[in-house]
Write a protein that binds this ligand. Structure first.
Ligand code: LLP
Length: 421
């Protein structure tokens, strides 16, 4: 139950509901696969982030973005971190004011930067010397506009304990300016000479799905140590707070993360009054959602294992094949039933790596036609979904107070053909 969204409840017959909506009925009405987000849970995490970090804390939209999500995070008082022109346009289309947006990216195009300047982006996080030159040229050309506020992304030289694909704080990285090599100090000097921008602070992001407070503390120490003498008004510690995906895992809360970060920054003498914020993505949305699948074929290979195939897979959740990520699985019809059987849950794609749960514990009576749920699929599932094998991307529903609303409709065959000439 600790992996389920906050409003998850099991009735006397063992059936699971979220947001007061029965999951099996949801699967009937909308089909499977289906992403189900608990709206109350999303709002609670946003509110927790705002309470913990204060104004300026941004939701990292790459974790999950659609207009409803952008609006929700904005309504709850968060800024939004966008990393591409596409994310920027979705946030604007949702009605989020540009002043509440932060633009990231290690290779922002001239077009993306131009658009950011045109709409009056809240912050632009500068990532390379080439970009400093480009921003300099674009702001000179625009001479009359307000001076954009920029943050400098630095790499603290910390190897966060997480999968190497999502580690970003080490020296050997495509992101930011190294503190140790002196590049970060040279970038500060360059930005301070530029009349067209206002350097307001430094930023670092050490990686994603980080559990241990030590990685965050060491990064905060380097970042704080670098920032303190600059006397800039803002400091952003990035995102990266991990979440529990499987039973037995425990992650710090957003509030604990904020507390540890502040303590580490105080230790290195960051001036009191510096606006310290963060940009969590996963910690806001991951455990707010579950994915519903329908079980199709079951193949028992004597002496080897049992394969249980569902109607989605790596197209709606590429995390197992990309990072070897683990998930749990259960049956919403009997949510708390013992799960004595071990099976491999696979998708419907044409490759062996198409695994949903490598070693899933499931109830003994799991059978073809069952609706099967995987919890903690709210982050980097839908946002990294694809149309591989021309599988349409599933719909996304938000549930709250006994009501569901479709926030992203499921794709149809027409959608699959839409771009064909
Ligand atoms: N800020 C920056 C600059 C980032 O690059 C990221 C994530 C975040 C914030 C938010 O990090 P979070 O709080 O969500 O950990 N696809 C991978 C995760 C990639 C994260 C990329 N950057 C996964 O599924 O695990």
């Amino acid at each position: 139950m600790s992996l389920l969204p906050e409003t998850a409840a099991v009735d006397s017959a063992g059936r699971l509901s979220v947001g007061g909506v029965d999951l099996l009925e949801l699967a009937e009405r909308h089909g499977t696969p289906l992403f189900v987000y608990d709206e109350a849970h999303l709002r609670a995490r946003c509110a927790e982030a705002v309470a913990a970090f204060g104004d300026g804390v941004a939701y990292a939209t790459k974790a999950f973005l659609c207009k409803a999500m952008a609006r929700l995070a904005h309504e709850e008082g968060m800024c939004l971190d966008v990393a591409t022109g596409g994310e920027l346009e979705v946030a604007l289309a949702a009605g989020v004011p540009a002043s509440r947006l932060v633009l990231h990216g290690n290779n922002k195009s001239e077009r993306e930067l131009g658009r950011a300047l045109e709409v009056g982006m809240g912050r632009i996080v500068v990532d390379s010397f080439d970009e400093i030159a480009l921003v300099g040229r674009l702001t000179e050309e625009r001479a009359r506009g307000a001076r954009p506020k920029v943050l400098l992304r630095v790499t603290p030289g910390v190897e966060a304990h997480t999968h190497e694909f999502v580690r970003t704080g080490q020296e050997d990285t495509k992101f930011g300016f190294s503190v140790a090599s002196g590049a970060a100090a040279r970038a500060v000097a360059a930005l301070e000479l530029m009349g067209g921008v206002e350097l307001v602070g430094v930023h670092a992001h050490i990686g994603s799905q980080v559990f241990d407070a030590e990685s965050f503390e060491s990064a905060a120490e380097v970042l704080g140590g670098f920032a303190a003498p600059l006397g800039l008004p803002e400091l952003v510690v990035g995102g990266g707070l991990g979440v529990a995906y499987v039973q037995g895992e425990h992650a710090p809360t957003i509030s604990e993360w904020a507390g540890a970060t502040r303590a580490a920054l105080a230790k290195v003498g960051l001036p009191v009054g510096t606006r310290v914020t963060a940009e969590p993505g996963r910690a806001i949305v991951a455990s707010a959602a579950i994915t519903l699948y329908r079980v199709g074929t079951i193949k028992e290979l004597p002496g080897i294992r049992t394969y249980v195939a569902v109607d989605g897979g790596m197209s709606d959740n590429p995390r197992p094949v990309l990072y070897g990520s683990g998930y749990e699985a259960f049956l919403p019809r009997e949510a708390t039933a013992p799960r004595p059987r071990t099976v491999r849950i696979v998708g419907k794609h044409c490759e062996t790596g198409d695994v949903v749960v490598d070693e899933a514990h499931v109830p003994a009576d799991l059978t073809g036609g069952d609706v099967l749920a995987t919890p903690v699929t709210g982050a980097y599932g839908y946002s990294m979904a694809s149309n591989y094998n021309k599988v349409p991307r599933p719909p996304v529903v938000f549930v709250q107070g006994g009501v569901e609303r479709v926030v992203v409709r499921g794709e149809t065959v027409d959608d699959l053909l839409r771009l064909d000439a």
